[in-house]
Design a protein around this ligand. Sequence first.
Ligand code: 13P
Length: 254
Amino acid sequence: MATPPLILGNWKMNLNRKKTGDLAVGLKNSLHDLGSGVTVAVAPSMPYLDAVGKLIEGSPIKLAAQNIFWEPRGAYTGEVSGPMLLELGCSYAIIGHSERRIYLHETDQIVRKKVRHAMDSGITPVLCVGETFEQRQQGNKDVVIMKQIQEALTGIVPSEKAKIMIAYEPVWAIGTGQACDPKEARETTEVIRSALVDLYQQHIADENFIMMYGGSVDESNVSSYVDNESICGVIVGGASSVLEKFLGIIFAVA
Ligand code: 13P
């Protein structure tokens, strides 16, 4: 059966405790009749995961983490493991977001360890890939993305039960209001699919990976991305932290 599109709100480090709680409650109150045509998930800041998990209990909204570590436990100051996230009710973990690659120097090797650990923990990885403006200008977009895919996924085998979401998030489109042309976003998912075919048997590449788009998604453009074929979900940053805007996006897809 086809998986419904995922709309994932990445609240980044933008909201304090009060605003996070208010937004979670607002979403819960508005989405009780959501139906099965779309999946909505929210990724609050780590300290608020537990509280948000409780606030959305009994609603169709799912919980996601903005990050994950790669070991289940141990002396890793400041890190959070898959089993801990699972305990809090997380279904998804965003991995390899460009903000972490840029500011925290996360490499493709680190990203791979995190993808593996998320899967071992029963958490669905949302693996982010995307080129910078300079890489795009230099005509290196496809090469950059294929390398990110190959290095993040070598040795990792998804299954029908443990799928991997891959979000194409061009760095230049994040938080800029300059969303990627939907046609180009679709073409890029083809590039990603061709990288997957180098790594996996065709049926695994076809069936166990789900493509998403992220970068300046809003109410007016979301429908042009989500076609349930090449792109089956979006990650929303800025617009997901304003209740009316996020609801507008959700209802446009649902
Ligand atoms: P914006 O929607 O603010 O462009 O952010 C996208 C993003 O980074 C989602 O992970």
